[in-house]
Design a protein around this ligand. Structure first.
Ligand code: AMP
Ligand code: ZN
Ligand code: FE
Ligand code: FE
Length: 273
């Protein structure tokens, strides 16, 4: 049976603009048959999304996006098919979220020193109960009338190497892979086109990554073919999706256009057994 699987979506449980129910409605309209919600350091959307999606005949694969570090590079790892009730996994996710909160406070303090009177309360109003990230800070800066645009927040203040930039607490890819494996899941290198050099890719394969996100809006058709090649060369799995966030990201047109087949998802299931 053919189907369209988008395994990279964000909701209000991290820096996405849509709630799980709004996202499921979109997925239905776009004709997706399998989805995964991969919020940063959060699996809070999963239970609600699974029961809502079931009514539409849509399968929800448990997912999460973790940030890891290799040298200076921020390497995102997507986890799939894990048991989201695994206590150790949840302890880690909670710790990552607490560290995100501490880091947001440090960023806000730096912005205040730069005469931008942003409050933590204004940031938390945008983040709600989800994982706090720089996108919430950027949105708050714009909506509080302190800067002109979302992009300006990153280019002048909070982007990598800018004066109000603060590092996030991050584990190594090996630790992330082990954490997800211990919870019964698979790990994938997310959007490898962004800052992932060939040596880093080899390192991840050595570390035991299960697969690569081959389909992503940042990948040209040539790049998709290139990553498919690496996947078959090393007997890895292929994942993919839109990395949809909604809101101010201008990615609405991406929804429903970036997907892998149900055969790709079936290969993942087989690897689990
Ligand atoms: P965080 O997880 O808090 O470090 O936030 C990372 C997110 O911020 C990324 O997923 C991007 O959406 C966004 N971001 C990071 N750097 C930039 C940039 N230079 N321009 C626009 N958005 C960025
Ligand atoms: Zn995000
Ligand atoms: Fe990412
Ligand atoms: Fe993402």
């Amino acid at each position: 049976m053919d189907g369209k699987a988008d395994l990279h979506l964000h909701t209000t449980f991290s820096d996405g603009a849509l709630s799980p129910s709004e996202l499921i409605e979109r997925a239905r309209l776009a004709g997706l048959t399998t989805i995964s919600i991969t919020d940063h350091d959060h699996t809070g959307a999963l239970d609600e999304a699974t029961s809502l999606a079931a009514r539409e005949g849509i399968i929800v694969v448990p997912g999460v996006e973790l940030s890891t570090i290799v040298g200076e590079a921020d390497v995102h790892i997507l986890g799939y098919f894990f048991n989201h009730r695994d206590a150790r996994l949840q302890e880690y996710l909670e710790m990552f979220r607490t560290e995100r909160l501490n880091r947001a406070e440090r960023i806000v303090a730096k912005l205040n020193e730069m005469r931008l009177p942003l409050t933590m309360a204004a940031v938390l109003r945008r983040a709600g109960t989800g994982s706090v990230g720089r996108p919430h800070i950027a949105t708050a800066l714009v909506e509080e009338g302190l800067i002109g645009s979302y992009q300006e927040a990153f280019s002048k203040y909070i982007g990598f190497g800018r004066p109000a930039y603060e590092k996030k607490y991050m584990i190594s890819p090996r630790e992330a892979i082990a954490l997800l494996a211990a919870a019964g899941g698979l790990s994938f290198l997310a959007h490898p086109s962004t800052f992932i050099t060939e040596p880093v890719l080899r390192e991840l394969i050595d570390a035991g990554i299960d697969g690569i996100e081959v389909v992503h809006p940042s990948h040209s058709p040539e790049l998709v073919a290139h990553y498919r090649g690496i996947v078959s060369e090393y007997f890895l799995l292929a994942s993919g999706g839109s990395d949809f966030h909604g809101g101010k990201r201008n990615d609405r047109e991406a929804f429903g256009k970036y997907f892998i087949s149900s055969e790709d998802v079936e290969m993942m299931r087989r690897r689990l057994r």
